[in-house]
Design a protein around this ligand. Structure first.
Ligand code: HEM
Length: 497
């Protein structure tokens, strides 16, 4: 039974359609932010043709609901993507019941301590990044993509990807393109799940043929690299061939080696395959996008680059950075945090919103059962000086790139919240955040130590992003040059390490 409490405020609803016609087709977070101002509320309710949507726009509501109440940790059913295209294997999309096992596997492999195991991989990927930038300075976004892919493929499967046209990366890119093409809401079956059951030959059932074709790609993406790991794993101890098996240490090889062998106890082989298959999809584009944001930030605030370089030079002198230097460089740490805040990887938690299966009450409002719950990170974490609740107070002058906001007299400023909310909330918080943070840190500090980034002559970047699964900086012009001959020598020498 429904309580009699009112729904949270929101724009007026039409009969049947509700707010369907109000829904923005792009830059949704801007519209949500406007509504938050208009209705002076950091919790909004929308009804899109019968589906209840709750938008949260402050840290306070996001924490109260998503952190403190377990019932908000589910994901919505996605008939097209999950049921027809077969993406229900993915941790980010899996519903509450399957979540715990996946999260356990992720946590074991990539928690604060275990993620450090992959630092040698991150170091070697950052060295390759420097060499690629040195030799082909114009393709920086491609190099970032390569670095992120190299780290993730190595962490997930121990696979060392090819310098270009890697078949596994191509498969993953193709699979992600199908996800973008099927973003929830684009197909009618998402509104009317019963359509899943219409026969393939039925007029108008073209979406089923598409889904079938796309399903094969998603399957290949997770099957192919996993099969390689299995091939390379030592099978049985063999006195004649003690070195049989060439698998590099990775999440998959180590989880497989700990299987109980009966196939009856969790995790089963298929769980390991699913989690490894999630890693690339969830982890490659996000890191690529933020590294692009870092370059844009250096164009927007050359002073920040100078300060970071002065700090790096004073700490590491004439070598390349390593993780042991991390604690001695508070300005660089602040610069990385500010990149996370200023960047716009996922300004709203779409395409992975939270879902509330049962009715709830909050601040005297009724939150209907079956609500899709979205946090407007754009507002909470990132910007909008005019928001009533939090943004202005949390990060003043939010559009400027200012690492100093995280520092107090040169030391980390505890009073300013870490922009960790960029990684989501509660039991669904990004389990790759430690790996992501260290990949970002080592790439950024290595570039700052060796290169000078500046605007291309006569060009002012637009600082625009394009829509996709995550936001990606649109192509922009820049200049990047080695800081010295010594930097060139250091970079070239990494080829022989
Ligand atoms: C800087 C890079 C990254 C950012 C900004 C980011 C951000 C996010 C966000 C906002 C969510 C949604 C959380 C929620 O629903 O409350 C998420 C979920 C997730 N992320 Fe990340 N992420 C990053 C990198 C990574 C990496 C490197 C991996 C894997 C190695 C990863 C794996 C995941 C997974 C599996 C989920 C789904 C968790 C679940 O549904 O339980 N992410 N991430």
């Amino acid at each position: 039974t429904q309580s009699n409490l009112p729904l949270p405020p929101g724009p007026r609803k039409l009969p049947l359609l509700g707010n369907l016609l109000d829904m923005p087709s792009s830059l949704a977070w801007e519209r949500y932010m406007q509504w938050s101002k208009t209705y002076n509320s950091d919790i909004l309710h929308l009804n899109v043709a019968g589906t209840s949507i709750i938008i949260l726009s402050s840290g306070e509501v996001a924490t109260d609901l998503l952190e403190k109440r377990v019932i908000y940790s589910d994901r919505p059913a996605l008939p097209m993507v999950n049921d027809l295209m077969g993406w229900d294997f993915m941790t980010s999309l899996i519903t509450l019941s399957g979540r715990r096992l996946h999260r356990r596997l992720f946590h074991k492999a990539l928690n604060f301590h275990t993620a450090k195991k992959f630092r040698p991989t991150e170091i070697s990927a950052s060295h390759e990044l420097l060499r690629r930038i040195l030799h082909h300075p114009h393709d920086i976004m491609e190099h970032f993509k390569h670095m992120a892919a190299k780290v993730i493929m190595s962490v997930a499967y121990g696979i060392d990807i090819l310098p270009s046209d890697d078949p596994y990366v191509s498969l993953s890119t193709e699979a992600m393109d199908t996800l973008i093409a099927a973003v929830p809401g684009r197909f009618l079956v998402d509104m009317l799940p019963i359509l899943k059951y219409v026969p393939d030959w039925f007029p108008g059932a073209g979406f089923k043929a598409k889904a079938k074709e796309w399903r094969t790609i998603a399957q290949a993406m997770s099957d192919a690299p996993f099969a390689q790991v299995k091939r390379n794993i030592p099978r049985h101890f063999n006195v004649l061939q003690p070195a049989a098996g060439t698998a590099q240490p990775s999440f998959a090889s180590s989880a497989l080696s700990q299987l109980d062998g009966t196939g009856n106890i969790d995790p089963r082989e298929t769980d390991i395959k699913d989690v490894a298959g999630t890693m690339y999809t969830a982890g490659a584009e996000t890191v690529t996008s933020l590294l692009g944001t870092f370059v844009l930030a250096m164009l927007a605030n050359p002073g920040a680059q100078k300060k970071a370089q002065a700090e790096i030079d004073s700490v590491i002198g004439r070598c390349l950075p390593s993780f042991t230097d991390e604690g001695s460089m508070p300005y660089v740490a602040a610069l990385v945090k500010e990149t996370l805040r200023w960047g716009s990887v996922a300004p709203i938690e779409f395409p992975v919103p939270h879902f509330l299966a049962v009715e709830d009450e909050y601040r005297g409002y009724r939150i209907p059962a079956g609500s899709i719950v979205i946090v407007n990170l754009w507002c909470y974490v990132h910007r909008d000086p005019n928001m009533p609740a939090s943004c202005q107070k949390v990060y003043p002058d939010p559009y400027s790139f200012k690492p100093e906001r995280f520092l107090q007299e040169g030391k980390p400023e505890a009073a300013v919240p870490n922009p960790g909310a960029g990684f989501g909330f509660g039991r669904r918080i990004c389990p790759g955040r430690y790996l992501a943070n260290s990949s970002l840190w080592i790439a950024i500090v290595s570039i700052l130590a060796t290169f000078e980034i500046s605007k291309a002559v006569g060009d002012e970047p637009t600082y625009e992003y394009s829509d996709g699964l995550v936001l990606m900086p649109r192509p922009f012009k820049y200049s990047i040059k080695p800081r010295s001959q010594r930097a060139v020598d250091l970079i070239e020498a990494t080829a022989h390490n």
